[in-house]
Design a protein around this ligand. Structure first.
Ligand code: NVA
Length: 313
């Protein structure tokens, strides 16, 4: 998108007792237009967002991984041409990746099934929340992987021990052994089904090597889509900011909103906070089109509106 980026490692800012979260968030958000945080504890992202003046994107926490879900759904849409009628089956731990995928599916009207052992499934309150999503379709929790993949057009796995669960690795390997995404399981899904994984993958654990590297696997395309999805997300947030707070919460696509935003932001009329884009992009319209020019077939922008909102709640 042409903007500069600051990378702050974990030795900077809050968390070490050097600076309060409030002061850190208020100062950082006066330097930048968007903050992306990859944090171990989800509360770190929530705390930062509470005090930040600019949008805070959850780049991965122990609770959820919404950016990954955007790329996942984009990959599914890209393969099948539509999300309508698709079914995602997640096999394994009801972890951060699974949680956001479930939210994304419920928001975008995609059937979602998850298979995992007792004690490693989503809490009932989470299912209740998903069922309340206006576009939610079929949502299934089962201990049986075969039941979950029946009819699935996308089969998804992730590691059995996520961040912070390293000490449970051996125990989880034993408990999750029946939940490997292998050729036998893929054969029970829709014949057109794709295999997805957020990476890094453990071949021989949650996925067999033949599935991971086989013809149904779209894991590399999926990883590439992290780039396009996150570019779209950033662009969407920046354009929304440009369009003003009256546009917040609107379900209109940024791209479709051009006539609206153009009136308020004629070329050369970028607010000061977007000065860094000035030499490359002179209007809101151009900003939105940067994403479209590069991946015009992907409709990256309009895709996000329902998927992103409320992901951090
Ligand atoms: N569930 C994994 C996701 C990595 C992207 C973890 O938390 O380690």
């Amino acid at each position: 998108l042409g903007g500069p980026c600051l990378f702050l490692a974990d030795d900077v800012g809050w968390g070490g007792g050097r600076e309060s979260i409030e002061v850190f968030a208020r100062v950082l958000s006066s330097y930048v237009d968007v903050i992306v945080v990859r944090a171990k504890a989800h509360t770190s992202v929530q705390d930062l967002a509470r005090y930040s003046k600019v949008p805070v994107i959850n780049g991965l926490t122990d609770h959820s991984h919404p950016c990954q879900a955007l790329a996942d759904l984009l990959t599914i849409e890209e393969r099948f041409g539509t999300l309508e009628g698709q079914t995602v089956a997640f096999i394994g731990d009801a972890n951060n990746v699974a949680r956001s995928l479930a939210v994304g599916c419920a928001k975008l009207g995609v059937d979602f099934a998850i298979a995992g052992p007792k004690g490693y499934q989503f809490e009932p309150e989470f299912w209740e929340r998903l069922r309340k999503e206006p576009d939610a379709r079929q949502l299934l929790a089962t201990e049986d992987p075969a039941e979950a993949v029946r009819g699935a057009t996308a089969v998804y796995t992730d590691v059995w021990a996520s961040m912070g669960q390293e000490a449970e690795q051996a125990e989880r390997q034993r408990i999750f052994a029946p939940y490997q995404g292998d050729g036998r399981l893929m054969a029970k899904a829709n014949p057109e089904a794709i295999f997805l994984h957020c990476l890094p993958a453990h071949r021989g654990e949650e996925v067999s090597a033949d599935v991971m590297d086989g013809p149904q696997s779209l894991v590399i395309e999926q990883a590439e889509n992290r780039l396009h999805a996150q570019k779209g997300l950033l662009s969407w947030l920046l354009v929304r900011a440009l369009a003003g707070s009256s546009d917040r919460g609107s379900s209109h696509g940024t791209h479709r909103n051009h006539s609206h935003t153009k009136k308020e932001n004629s070329p050369g009329d970028l607010p000061g906070c977007f000065g860094f884009l000035g030499s490359r992009l002179r209007s809101v319209e151009q900003l939105a089109d940067t994403v479209h020019e590069e991946r015009s077939d992907r409709e990256v922008q309009g895709f996000f509106h329902r998927a992103v909102t409320e992901q951090n709640r």
